[in-house]
Design a protein around this ligand. Structure first.
Ligand SMILES: [Zn+2]
Length: 506
């Protein structure tokens, strides 16, 4: 996800309280058939959940918003009595099986997770699922650690266009209705299952997988701003491993966030398509971030919300790497300097992995984005490119079917690098506060010098760079040099590139 105006403002107070996952319970496939009236958002639906679970388990608990009425629940074809409590749906298990198919028929108008908003006079009905608001339209275990494959059919009025997670496998018209079916072949967490209904203009592109861009009429001419999507997918596949899904799509949606990494079909904020910035392409930058999430967040899922930095830090950092590879090293350095600049002292000082949290929204701050990205950069500089990217690709293979915790991430890096990263993780992941970069300026010799304090030795010999500016001249200087002599008389401004340090001037 990218919040509006940069990363990390939490805008989520959703009113949904989906139940916690049950140990040993894995929803691995969901098939849903939803009849929807876009004008009222009234839905009438069935969902079949394939679940594996301990054979001694007496009940399954799913999240489904209490605004929806549950009509029937069947377990392996047998109708059962169920309970509702808040946003939980409690389903009894009678047998001694270790797998069940649970079919739920339900209807109503969701209070969360399904919205109707307009952009330039065009209304889009769309889902927005982070963190557990997919419970507004679909029962599931709404937690990042339980991704599943999805087979979703939407039945809507004929005139409506539908774009959804996964590849489009059928679109049939009959009796004034459209039935559009989408299949997501690789698992993704429920908060990334999504659909949007609107009058979209679709532009197609060839790439490593078929690419579609769904834009609204007012901005249909702006599809070219996303024209580098094939190169972005290829660049990422080079260093992250094979793209996880069969297709890729972007969808222009009048939503609150700048972007949301919906599986194989990210939603991008409608207002951003026309936005411009000096030398930059704002909608493309959000697209890159959401594409990275297809690997980090969707295919490899965090074990818990407290491990969210693995998803958002990766998306933030690998976006800078995409620009370094597409537009050259200077572009990469600029993005990394911004990454370590656009964070408040408070967010920089907080531990990346919180001890505890009340709501997933509490974890969503610049800490997991910018500090998370900076720690990815620091790990790379510490263990070197070869070990870092090997480990990153190995994690995609090893964690395709199980969630990734921060401890497992560290272990995977240590195995590839053959060294102990304990001090780095203690200082930068679990520790509080930010080390200091102390700078000194000798006017007589025009010499800038610096040293680092409070890093616990973790930066010794680490080849990070400093961005040094004097007047309208600037340089990227290796921090390991310790000194730099610029040509002018004025004391230069100094910023670390992609590493979080509080700069103090002596
Ligand atoms: Zn994100």
């Amino acid at each position: 996800m990218v919040a509006v105006g940069g990363c990390g403002e939490s805008a989520v107070d959703d009113g949904v309280e989906a139940p916690r996952p049950q140990p040993g319970v894995d929803v691995w496939h969901v098939r849903a058939d939803i009849t929807l009236d876009p004008a009222t958002r009234q839905l009438d639906a069935t969902a079949a959940l394939d679940v594996v679970h301990p054979d001694t388990l007496g009940r399954l608990v799913f999240g489904l918003e209490d605004a929806l009425e549950v009509v029937t629940v069947r377990v392996d074809g047998e109708t059962v009595l169920f309970w509702r409590e808040g946003d939980a749906l409690d389903v009894p298990l009678a047998g001694a099986d270790d797998s069940s198919r649970v079919e739920v028929a339900y209807r109503g108008v969701p209070e969360a997770g399904l919205y109707a908003d307009a952009f330039a006079g065009q209304t889009v009905v769309y889902t927005d699922g982070w963190p557990d608001r997919t419970a507004g339209w679909l029962p599931a275990v709404h937690h990042p650690s339980d991704p599943a494959t999805l087979d979703l059919t939407l039945d809507v009025p004929e005139a409506a266009e539908v774009v959804a997670s996964g590849r489009a496998v059928g679109d049939s018209l009959a009796n004034g209705r459209r039935r559009a079916r989408f299949v997501l072949d690789e698992p993704a967490p429920p908060y990334t299952w999504a659909f949007a209904i609107g009058d979209f203009t679709v532009t197609e592109q060839d790439g490593p997988v078929p690419i579609r861009h769904a834009l609204l009429a007012a901005d249909a001419h702006l599809a070219s701003r996303l024209g580098r999507t094939p190169e972005i997918l290829e660049t990422l596949a080079d260093f992250l491993g094979r793209y996880p899904y069969e297709t890729y799509a972007t969808v222009q949606v009048p939503m609150a966030y700048a972007g949301m990494e919906n599986a194989a079909a990210p939603f991008l904020r409608a207002e951003l398509y026309g936005a411009t910035a000096e030398g930059r392409n704002p909608i493309e930058e959000v697209n890159v971030h959401e594409i990275v999430h297809q690997w980090w967040g969707n295919a490899v899922v965090p074990d818990d919300w407290r491990d969210l930095w693995l998803s958002e830090g990766a998306a933030t950092y690998f976006t800078t790497e995409v620009y370094a590879r597409l537009d050259g090293p200077t572009a990469g350095r600029r993005f990394r300097t911004l990454m370590s600049r656009e964070i408040s002292a408070r967010d920089a000082a907080r531990p990346l992995v919180p001890q505890s949290y009340d709501d997933p929204g509490d974890v969503l701050s610049a800490t997991v984005y910018q500090k998370g990205g900076a720690v990815f950069h620091l790990i790379r500089l510490t263990i070197g490119d070869t070990a870092f990217f090997e480990a990153i690709r190995q994690i995609q293979r090893d964690y395709a079917d199980r969630p990734l915790s921060t401890d497992e991430f560290r272990a995977a890096l240590e195995a590839e690098a053959d060294r102990d990263l304990g001090p780095l993780f203690e200082r930068w992941v679990y520790g509080e506060g930010v080390p200091t970069l102390r700078t000194r300026w000798d006017e007589s010799t025009r010499t800038l010098s610096w040293s680092v304090e409070g890093d616990g030795g973790t930066l010794a010999g680490v080849p990070f760079e400093l961005y040094v500016r004097q007047g309208d001249q600037s340089w990227f200087v290796p921090a390991t040099d310790g000194v730099f002599s610029p040509p002018g008389d004025a004391r230069p401004a100094v910023e670390p590139v992609g590493v979080l340090l509080t700069v103090e001037r002596d």
